[in-house]
Design a protein around this ligand. Structure first.
Ligand code: NAD
Ligand code: UDP
Length: 392
């Protein structure tokens, strides 16, 4: 590992990273990559550690000799809302990565206060401690800061809707277009936009070294939870887990408002390669905002449902349902105040120029490996839960 070099041929020095939200979907994959392929140390902060338990030693703090990376990952169970240890952990580190957030759309319109607090207020001390202590910050924002495309405001059959200028999302040129305040869906995007602006201002006025990441629908193993198995039975996770849950239970997949919204999906392992390049190439990543997505993997949600069904039948060997999908209104599925992003194609110019990064994995391939994981991890537990008699 000592011979590892950055994109400019300079040796990469081992660093200590304070990773907030390390126990989540992205954090768990990033910790895995950092432990298995780099010499860096991670101070992993979260309220949960289930998704990184396999990386921690039996005593939970990485101090005994079990893994080859033993001692390089320490879990700190803490809530950044109210924990005086936070500043000290940031001070001990060379770099802070902030992943902590409420980031499931079902929460944006039903828990808007928690969403705004989590994505803006709770991130404020992290930005301040980094700035005051001269520490670099990689902050996770979202592609949702772009909101709706300009093209979505044109009449349905207008030819300019097909013009990339009306839908491709560019970090330094596209506007952020949200719906009215009563559409509380946008509470998340708006809070993320404001924290981006604050970080940008902190850099402009006080010299904070930052990188802002805008993920475009990263998916893969360990994303969210399966309701009733490793999460609340009434919970509504993001689309990958919702559709996985339906497939595992042999139920039709629910298409919100007909599933006409479009998304581009990026495999988590490709995404983690991009983040590692940012971590290890500060001169190229500092003071940049990066779209990180896969423009080649675009589908409507309806097409995603069809492809996931086909892949799932292949990996599970189960028979097809007579009615594989059903339409459901957004009000029925998410409640009052839901709204949607129509289309999300990332412009890749900046990340390509700065870091030479490109996504690799096709949608079919990433669904195949992810649904194989979902089936292996959950199929038996679901069968047991279905066969359990309901308590009277
Ligand atoms: P996740 O929910 O799996 O992970 C977030 C983690 O943060 C969780 O483990 C949670 O326990 C932790 N956390 C939340 N509040 C905390 C607090 N107050 N103190 C300590 N820990 C706290 O989500 P993810 O998909 O890994 O997303 C990580 C980041 O990336 C988020 O900021 C999210 O907005 C952003 N993002 C992700 C995607 C994606 O495609 N997965 C898309 C857009 C944006
Ligand atoms: N969606 C759906 N059925 C579901 C879950 C989600 O049709 O069971 C739709 C949702 O309305 C949105 C898209 O899938 O149009 C992606 O939703 P997700 O929760 O993954 O997050 P988003 O991309 O909107 O941030």
């Amino acid at each position: 590992m000592s011979s590892r070099v950055d994109l400019d041929g300079n040796p990469i020095k081992a660093m200590t990273i304070c990773m907030i939200g390390a126990g989540g979907f992205i954090g768990s994959h990033l910790c895995e990559k950092l432990m298995m392929e780099t010499p860096h140390t991670v101070l992993a902060l979260d309220v949960y550690n289930d998704k990184i338990r396999h990386l921690l030693d039996a005593d939970g703090d990485g101090s005994s000799n079990r893994h080859p990376w033993s001692g390089r990952i320490q879990f700190h169970r803490l809530n950044i809302k109210h924990d005086s240890r936070l500043e000290g952990l940031i001070k001990m580190s060379d770099l802070t990565i902030n992943l902590a957030a409420i980031c499931t759309p079902a929460d944006y319109n039903t828990r808007p206060l928690d969403t705004i607090h989590s994505n803006f207020i709770d991130a404020l001390p992290v930005v301040r401690y980094c700035s005051e202590n001269g520490k670099r910050l990689i902050h996770f924002s979202t592609c949702e800061v772009y909101g709706k495309t300009i093209g979505s405001f044109l009449p349905k059959d207008h030819p300019l809707r097909q013009d990339p200028q009306f839908y491709v999302l560019k970090e330094d040129a596209s506007p952020c277009i949200f719906g009215p305040i009563e559409k509380q869906r946008w509470s998340y995007a708006c809070a993320k936009q404001l924290i981006e602006r604050l970080i940008y201002a902190e850099s402009a006025e006080n010299g904070l070294e930052f990188t802002i990441v805008r993920p475009f629908n990263w998916i893969g193993p360990r994303m969210d939870f399966i309701p009733g198995i490793d999460g609340p039975s009434e919970g509504v996770p993001r689309v990958l887990a919702c559709f996985s849950n339906n497939l595992l239970r042999g139920e039709p997949l629910k298409l919100v408002d007909g599933g006409q919204s479009q998304r581009t999906f990026l495999y988590i392992k490709d995404a983690i390669e991009a983040i590692l390049l940012m971590i290890e190439n500060p001169a190229r990543a500092n003071n940049q905002i990066f779209n990180v997505g896969n423009p080649n993997n675009e589908v409507t949600v309806k097409q995603l449902a069809e492809m996931m069904t086909e892949v799932y039948l292949k990996v599970s060997g189960e028979p097809a349902l007579d009615v594989p999908t059903v339409d459901v209104s957004s009000k029925e599925f998410y409640g009052e105040g839901y709204d949607d992003s129509d289309k999300r194609i990332p412009d890749m110019t900046i990340i390509n120029k700065q870091l030479g990064w490109n996504p690799k994995t096709s949608l079919w391939d990433l669904l195949e490996s992810t649904l194989t994981y979902q089936h292996r991890t959950y199929a038996d537990a679901i069968k047991r839960s279905i066969s359990k008699p309901i308590a009277s």
